[in-house]
Write a protein that binds this ligand. Structure first.
Ligand code: HSE
Length: 310
């Protein structure tokens, strides 16, 4: 095998109340990594996909994931050259660092003769995400497995794949802003009031039940984040107005996508998703913030090989 191209979809983490525990993959845009075996034992990033993304392998999520997969396979002497194609925005809240890590892990695993299944690729991806964006598995797990995931525990790593409705639409709106995950995480409260913790736990349970039963009335009542959203919304001009526009346009819930700045909404069908996206973009623009929207379904496949050159 000369080279392998792997694709990993963009993801929405948290889904409202599920801070660090819920995530889903969205059809459409993602990151891809093209991996080739190197002539020496080094891991090199030939292209990081963006001038602001480091091309030193040990500072790049794709490079770190590739190194961890190689270590796990006991092939520390095998080198790789990686080219990252960034479809996802930088510091956008759509799981870009996770998608690059996951695509690299999947591509390198294939080049090594597929010693690992997806479950075994998750820890290397989490290590890469931890190094560049803080320790959270909601984006990497969703990008790797696809669908909707619940991170039950990080230690030991335990991820549950959840049932979800195939017709649910996701609206993702990207305002022209950037927010580094690290900075958004620094804003979070260190402790939470018991009443808030109880409401948040109830929200996560209700959201999981709503997705499993395709109960959109319950979904609407479940997307209620009392921890991360109130702490982060002040960093995100236009978000409050966009959320209110989304709900007025019929969204089945709206919140920050991951750590932001993107926001997401759930919609019952494609027409309503488009209307909600337009309403959200108009609300950002009314605050003087350029924004763009895309709509998609939940990507049930997750990361995949989409090209092999022999
Ligand atoms: N759960 C993470 C956070 C996702 O909210 O910080 C980051 O994309």
């Amino acid at each position: 095998m000369k080279s392998v191209r792997a694709f990993a979809p963009g993801t929405v983490a948290n889904l409202g109340p599920g801070f660090d525990v819920l995530g889903l993959a969205v059809t459409g845009v993602g990151d891809a990594v093209i991996a080739e075996r190197g002539s020496d034992g080094e891991i090199r990033i030939r292209s990081s996909g963006h001038p602001e993304i480091p091309s030193e392998a040990e500072r790049n999520s794709a490079g770190i994931a590739a190194a961890r997969v190689r270590e796990r396979a006991g092939k520390a002497d095998v080198g790789f050259t990686l080219r990252v194609e960034k479809g996802l925005p930088l510091s956008g809240g759509q799981g870009g660092s996770a998608a690059s890590a996951v695509a690299a892990a999947v591509a390198v695993n294939e080049l090594l003769g597929s010693p690992f299944g997806k479950d075994e690729l998750l820890p290397p991806c989490l290590e890469a995400e931890t190094a560049v964006a803080g320790r959270h598995a909601d984006n990497v797990a969703a990008a790797l497995f696809g669908g909707v995931v619940l991170v039950r525990s990080l230690e030991p790593l335990d991820v549950v794949r959840l049932p979800f409705p195939r017709d649910l639409r996701i609206v993702l709106v990207q305002p022209r802003q950037r927010l580094r995950t690290e900075d958004a995480r620094a804003r979070l409260p260190r402790t939470v009031d018991l009443g808030i913790a109880v409401a948040q736990a109830a929200g996560v349970g209700a959201l999981v039940a709503a997705l499993a039963a395709r109960d959109y009335d319950l979904l609407r009542r479940s997307v209620d984040d009392r921890i991360a959203e109130p702490a982060r919304a002040p960093l995100l001009p236009g978000f409050a107005e966009a959320k209110s526009a989304a709900l007025s346009a019929g969204a089945l819930g709206c919140s920050i996508s991951g750590s932001g700045p993107s926001s997401f909404a759930f919609a019952a069908d494609e027409d309503s998703a488009r209307r909600i996206g337009e309403a959200m973009v108009a609300a950002y623009r009314a605050r003087g913030i350029e924004a763009s929207a895309r709509t998609g379904a939940i990507d049930g496949k997750g990361a995949r090989i989409d090209g092999v050159e022999e």
